[in-house]
Design a protein around this ligand. Structure first.
Ligand code: PMP
Length: 455
């Protein structure tokens, strides 16, 4: 088969046999996949026709060491050849899981020293919610069951994670919201900083805690930087204020570092940017740079110290929790991150990316709200940024721009909640200056084409 025919054949088979996550099913069934990828190297991927694209999103904040990293592939191969699988149920253990738990304990701040493994981000968050509830139960406060998340947060799609997710579309499409989950106003407000005169006070974390009663709240969960919701950074002092609020009422603080963990923000963990230590931290994606399926809840020793007081069985876990291959890949991934100063590179490239984004904002009339922390970046499109006039949501401005970028072989992604037109940028953490400048240059050309069509 010629590559062209192969592409067509695969597209037909995809439509026929493959139901995709977070995808408009009908449109997909009519149009087929926008891209069918076959291989990658560094920040570049190739489709089955051999066309090369820049993966400007690290495949959703994931492939942090870039595609085609041979050492990670080799670590997987070696582990699989030696020991393919071992269950961690009933207390069984294996070498790689123990080594990785110790390594994670040294990397995380404070005494986040105890690890519970999962196979991904959603599972990590559901596990954190259950562990938080279990902690309170053992402590003799079984009524502390409620979880407060933030509007526009994304925590995954298992029942607990989707219930904590702040984009209600994820719950409403099948009425999948568990009881006892609440959503506070996102951190664009300053009410958590103690300002009760904030017009948004009603609906802030503190307001919910007071209304529901602190003795019913198990935990607050938040991303240090909101990712899928639109790349929102907390205002200065916000995370510290949430930490203080949790301490004031004895509530557990869970930070979801599924995107921000392992260097994405120019620090090893997102919370390192604000010197905050949560009680539980959830990680996935970047723990293996996407080379294997792994997640974890990393908790303070005080949580484990409470749980060991109970004779109960911890009736929770997954067959693939701490899979040997995934742990071996994670160990190699963390070794490379430290050896090659990957976190410092993310910080250095932040400056290049910011400069490029400023250039775009100055040159193009629709670009505004450019932002970057490490290689977690975004900008927004407004019809008229100065007056704050937005594009009509039906115009799908962000989508149109991302399509222009795609035509120029750059893959980015949109966040279009609540009428926003946000475009996220997140290249692999191994990206170099020239590559960042190339990304900016493609966005520049795409914006020129986009704005020309506006007239
Ligand atoms: N939390 C955050 C912050 C995420 O961005 C994601 C995935 N995008 C998840 C949780 C869910 O992770 P997974 O898809 O591995 O279940």
């Amino acid at each position: 088969l010629s590559t062209k025919n192969r592409m067509k054949e695969l597209a037909e088979l995809d439509k026929k046999h493959y139901l995709h996550p977070t995808t408009p099913v009908k449109a997909h069934f009519e149009q087929g996949p926008p891209i069918i990828v076959s291989e990658g190297k560094g920040i570049y991927i190739k489709d089955v026709n051999g066309e090369e694209y820049i993966d400007g999103m690290s495949m959703l904040w994931n492939v942090n060491l870039g595609h085609g990293q041979k050492e990670l592939a080799q670590a997987a191969q070696e582990q699989m050849s030696k020991l393919a699988y071992s269950s961690s149920f009933f207390g069984n253990s294996h070498e790689r899981a123990i080594e990785l738990a110790e390594k994670l304990a040294t990397l995380t701040p404070g005494d986040l020293n105890v690890v519970f493994y999962t196979s991904g981000g959603s599972e990590s968050n559901d596990s954190a919610f259950k562990l938080a509830r279990y902690y309170w139960k053992v402590k003799g406060e079984p009524n502390r069951t409620k979880i407060i998340g933030l509007e526009r947060a994304y925590h995954g799609t298992t029942l607990g994670a989707t219930s904590a997710t702040g984009m209600t579309e994820f719950q409403n499409f099948v009425n999948a919201k568990a009881p006892d989950f609440f959503h506070a106003k996102a951190h664009q407000t300053n009410c958590e900083l103690g300002d009760k005169s904030d017009p948004n006070y009603e609906g802030c974390i503190r307001d919910i805690v007071e209304k529901e009663g602190p003795e019913t709240i198990a935990a607050v969960v938040l991303e240090p930087v909101q990712g899928a919701g639109g790349v929102f950074f907390p205002p200065e002092g916000y995370l510290q204020a949430v930490r203080k609020l949790c301490d004031e009422f004895g509530i557990l603080m869970i930070t979801d570092e599924v995107i921000t963990g392992f260097g994405r923000t120019g620090k090893m963990f997102g919370v390192n940017n604000w010197d905050v230590v949560p009680d539980l931290m959830t990680v996935a994606k970047g723990i293996t740079s996407g080379y294997s399926q792994l997640g974890a809840v990393i908790m303070k020793e005080k949580i484990r110290d409470e749980l060991v007081k109970s004779d109960d069985v911890l009736f929770h876990g997954f067959t693939y929790s701490g899979h040997p291959t995934a742990c071996a890949v994670a160990l190699k991934n963390l070794e490379i991150i430290e050896r090659d100063n990957i976190v410092a590179n993310a910080k250095n490239m932040e400056a290049v990316l910011k400069e490029g984004l400023k250039y775009l904002e100055e040159k193009h009339k629709t670009v505004t709200k450019t932002r970057a922390l490490g290689l977690l970046a975004a900008f927004e499109l407004y019809e008229d940024p100065e007056s704050g006039k937005r594009f009509d949501p039906s115009f799908l401005a962000a989508h149109k721009l991302v399509d222009e970028c795609f035509d120029r072989k750059l893959i980015l992604r949109t966040a279009e909640w609540d009428g926003d037109n946000i475009i996220a940028i997140a290249p692999a953490l191994i990206v170099n200056k020239q590559e960042v400048e190339n990304i900016i240059s493609i966005i520049d050309d795409s914006l020129t084409a986009f704005e020309k069509k506006l007239g």
